[in-house]
Ligand binder design. Structure first.
Ligand code: TMP
Length: 214
């Protein structure tokens, strides 16, 4: 089987991590060779970088430093995990390069062309075969994410959740702009519905891409 690279994207609280875990279980139950991974992180070095990026104490992190840390995590991830596993099967990744365009580009306002040039260096032309974009209203998503983190004591990763709603709205609109530019690759899934309805739609899209008979 030729490897397939599938990514999930969306703003905070879009339900991405829950949905990707359900999707991974489904694909594993079919016996597909699969690795489930995420960015930032996915490797021991990437996980160290993730701590810096998401630590709410790092209020002075420069946006260009932030951009380069995401790129560093991605370069390591590509080399250690993504490229080797694409030889064997499916790589399912919770966020990838579209997140950098959405967050550092549309969210922070860094130059989109600069980010694309950096992407060309880091990814050397590799792009996901399929990207599922879980779309949700920014206020609803952020409220969900903040509630979840407070109840689980996860505020060590809350640096982005602490951003104003206007930031998340720009990120959301950025993702939608990317999806409109590449409608065949980036598929928008409406994420304010019940969990199982969202999962059913995701499975349908992924099954088609992987040519699985449902
Ligand atoms: P997560 O909470 O989905 O694991 O993602 C971590 C945070 O990192 C999330 O707020 C989005 C942000 N992010 C970027 O800003 N740029 C990127 O390139 C990636 C991969 C994530």
């Amino acid at each position: 089987m030729k490897g397939k690279f599938i990514t999930l994207e969306g703003i905070e609280g879009s339900g991405k991590s829950t949905q990707i875990a359900l999707l991974a279980n489904y694909l594993k139950s079919l016996g597909l060779p699969l690795v489930l991974t995420r960015e930032p992180g996915g490797t021991p070095i990437g996980d160290e970088i993730r701590k810096i990026l998401l630590d709410p104490a790092n209020t002075t992190l420069d946006p260009r430093a932030e951009l380069l840390l995401y790129a560093a995590s991605r370069a390591q991830h590509l080399k250690e995990i993504i490229m080797p596993h694409l030889e064997k099967g499916v790589v399912l990744c919770d966020r990838f390069a579209d997140a950098t365009l959405a967050y550092q580009g549309y969210g922070r306002g860094l130059d989109i062309d600069l980010i694309r040039r950096l992407d060309a260096i880091v990814c050397a032309g590799l792009r996901p075969d399929l990207t599922i974009l879980l779309d949700i209203d920014a206020a609803t998503g952020v409220e969900r994410a903040r509630g979840r983190n407070n109840s689980r004591g996860l505020d060590r990763e809350a640096r982005f959740e602490n951003e104003a709603i206007a930031f998340h709205e720009r990120v959301r609109q950025g993702y939608l702009t990317l999806a409109r530019a590449e409608p065949d690759r980036i598929r928008i899934v409406e994420a304010s519905r019940p969990m199982d309805a969202i999962q059913a739609e995701i499975r349908k899209i992924v099954a088609k891409e992987l040519r699985i008979q449902e």
